[in-house]
Write a protein that binds this ligand. Structure first.
Ligand code: C5P
Length: 206
């Protein structure tokens, strides 16, 4: 069975998915990393991030590959581990432009659908566009302030700047961030990481 965990930026999707996957004994798949990899490669090649044709040429010439390790997903391009470079502020602010390109979305979706199942898939549209047949779907939310405070430990910027960037990314991601009609929505604001993991596990079909 596939479990999907979608949600807004910095809502805790990756950590929650890792915990749920560990409890179920399956891998988790972090779809945002592939959008981030496409963005990084575009930035490094100096391409216009809105130029789908140029980006797809980059992606097809040396395709990044997602490795869904239980200890944390990694993205490889040949022998290069792209993972440490995927969470910079530069990638954060370019990724929504890249993710809005239908050709890039189709490329990411094909990578995800080719992975061996079962797994927990996290992102924005896992329960809607990519795995609509998933056995259980969740959608995580939290206020921008709570999310910015969580991110502040992982980014050099001040919390106000992080919050503003998150709100802007939410706006740009609106189209692909609609909860599935059959998703269980969890507000993670007042919950610990383990609390959210437990809420997801409690919501799985028996
Ligand atoms: O999940 P994360 O915040 O790392 O995702 C980075 C970006 O990738 C999002 O802001 C969004 O633009 C894009 N994304 C997407 N669809 C997904 C996962 C991520 O459009 N399923």
């Amino acid at each position: 069975m596939i479990v999907t965990i979608d949600g807004v930026a910095a809502s805790g999707k990756s950590s929650v998915s890792a915990g749920v996957a560990q409890a179920l004994g399956v891998p988790y798949v972090s779809s945002g990393l592939l959008y981030r990899a496409a963005t990084l490669l575009g930035l490094e090649a100096g391409t216009d991030l809105g130029d789908a044709r140029a980006l797809l040429t980059c992606l097809e010439a040396a395709p990044p590959r997602l490795e869904p390790l239980a200890s944390g997903n990694r993205v490889w391009q040949g022998g290069r581990d792209l993972t440490p470079d995927l969470h910079s502020s530069r990638v954060d602010s370019g990724v929504s432009v890249v993710a809005a390109l239908p050709g890039v979305r189709a490329w990411v979706d094909a990578q995800l659908r080719a992975l061996p199942q079962p797994f927990v898939a996290e992102g924005r549209d896992m329960g809607t566009a990519v795995f609509p047949q998933a056995g259980a779907k969740f959608y995580l939310t939290a206020s921008p302030r709570v999310r910015a405070e969580r991110r502040a430990s992982e980014r050099p910027e001040e919390v106000d700047a992080i919050e503003a960037a998150l709100v802007e990314r939410d706006r740009l991601d609106t189209l692909q961030s609609v909860p599935a009609e059959d998703a269980q929505v969890i507000d993670t604001g007042g919950l610990s990481l383990q609390g959210v993991i437990d809420a997801v596990l409690a919501g799985l079909p028996r």
